[in-house]
Design a protein around this ligand. Structure first.
Ligand SMILES: C[S@@+](CC[C@H](N)C(=O)[O-])C[C@H]1O[C@@H](n2cnc3c(N)ncnc32)[C@H](O)[C@@H]1O
Length: 430
């Protein structure tokens, strides 16, 4: 069956129904689809009427993670029958190569005695499931290491799906304390696994952090330069049309701009994400103090784009101000901003394109092995198609980027060429 699916960056791509991962979801027309019956719109309208226009960041936070009606909170939006697909849902190879990256970095980083594997925004848990399968294949090496899994997930619905995918049995933590883990269990491969709302609550230690399509979901502020002054773009109710929101410009100079915009900024419109700054600084300080690494994969730019805030619903672009809570909202990750926020705390590599990273990690060899072992022509075709979606520069190959953080000491080792960093260095072929 041939269908069309849209990734959250752009483009319309013909592909087949992917594996059993893309469990279907019947879509019906619901009251919240209409502006009038939309509960988040009612709530936001009341709030704006009472206290004035809100920032785009506040709007995005409410629309995505409002506990009652936030987009991420109560349904599964991933896959062909949802709103978008992601690389780990397209092919198992993606997660397997990240699993190999973790094993390789654990060895090159000196085989620490313990390892926290932390994933931010794990979706359905498919990426972690593929990583853990690789870990169990390297049991003979990893058995000297005390490994625990930590998932940072704000969505009750997705954390439920993750628990089903990853554990034999999980339980909700007894305490409703948002400052600590809210669910715990043992993975199907026998490792302890815990869930948190916030990265700040994850225990310290030697850690590998993984964030795939997470940073793009964090709330952004939009700043507009008017003559020499930065003003914030805000969201207000439209006085002319009932049940309608509109963008307006703040009347005074923006405080956010003073903190985050560079003195030599050339653009006239800039999106800034203070939450991304807080999270990346947390990762950097943990890696500096306790060792480990981080791998961040997302669509993004190098501080040159002006306008990337957009909505997605059923694989189509969606007006960000319409039917809030029924569509995904996202903005490209500004990798230069992340670098600036990291400063000199740790070293970083990238961003490099997804196709470069996966090729360096040996995707071609892995595809060859899977094709040789495939039982039938349909499986082979599926493998080839999903490889193409991940690697083709016109699909996900070029637009998705890999960016990685390490302690300075790790890159000093690398300059001796003894322990190259996997994925960021071309594999030697014999
Ligand atoms: C676009 S999905 C990506 C899912 C998965 N990483 C993948 O690639 O398939 C974003 C994920 O981040 C989670 N998320 C979004 N905002 C979050 C926040 N502020 N804190 C924690 N998790 C968040 C969502 O619930 C979801 O699991």
């Amino acid at each position: 069956m041939s269908t069309y699916v849209r990734f959250r960056h752009f483009g319309r791509i013909g592909t087949h129904m992917h594996s059993a991962r893309n469990v279907g979801r019947y879509k019906s027309s619901k009251p919240e689809d209409s502006q009038e019956g939309n509960p988040l719109l009612k709530y936001l309208t009341m709030k704006i009427t009472a206290t004035g226009p809100i920032t785009v960041a506040e709007y995005m936070r409410e629309v995505l993670t409002n506990p009652l009606k936030g987009y991420y909170m109560h349904h599964d939006m991933l896959g062909e029958h949802g709103d978008f697909v992601t690389s780990p849902e397209i092919s198992q190879i993606f997660g397997e190569l990240i699993g190999i990256w973790c094993v390789s970095e654990w060895i090159s980083g000196g085989k620490s005695k313990s390892l926290n594997l932390v994933e931010l925004g794990p979706g359905r848990g498919s990426l972690m499931s593929d990583i853990l399968r690789v870990f169990s294949q390297f049991k003979h090496l990893l058995n000297t290491c005390d490994i625990s899994i930590h998932l940072v997930e704000v969505s009750p619905k997705l954390s439920e799906i993750q628990a089903l995918n990853l554990t034999e049995k999980s339980t909700d933590a007894k305490y409703e304390d948002r400052s600590s883990c809210y669910k715990m269990g043992i993975t199907k491969t026998g490792l302890p696994i815990n869930w948190y709302y916030n990265i700040q609550d994850v225990p310290s230690g030697y850690t590998f952090y993984i964030a795939h399509e997470f940073f793009d979901a964090l709330p952004i502020h939009i700043l507009q330069k008017i003559q020499d002054e930065w003003r914030e773009v805000l969201i207000d109710v439209d006085p002319e049309i009932q049940h309608k929101l509109r963008f307006v410009l703040g009347s005074s100079s923006s405080h956010i701009a003073k903190t985050f915009i560079k003195a030599d900024e050339k653009r006239n419109r800039v999106e800034v994400c203070p939450e991304a700054a807080i999270i990346i600084q947390k990762l950097a300080s943990q890696i500096k103090n306790f060792g480990g690494a981080a791998i961040i994969a997302d669509y993004g730019h190098s501080g040159n784009k002006e306008d990337t805030f957009r909505g997605f619903r059923s694989h189509q672009l969606h007006n960000v101000l319409l039917a809030p809570g029924t569509a995904d909202l996202t903005a490209d990750v500004d990798f230069n901003f992340l670098k600036r926020m990291i400063g000199n705390y740790v070293s970083f590599l990238g961003p490099i394109t997804q196709s470069e990273f996966l090729r360096n990690m040996g995707i071609d060899l892995r595809l060859k092995v899977l094709l040789e072992n495939a039982k039938d022509a349909t499986t082979q075709q599926h493998l080839i198609k999903s490889y193409d979606v991940l690697m083709n520069p016109n699909k996900m190959g070029k637009r998705f980027q890999f960016f990685s953080l390490f302690p300075h000491s790790r890159l000093e080792q690398t300059s001796n060429v003894k322990y190259p960093i996997a994925g960021f260095t071309e594999l030697e072929t014999s």
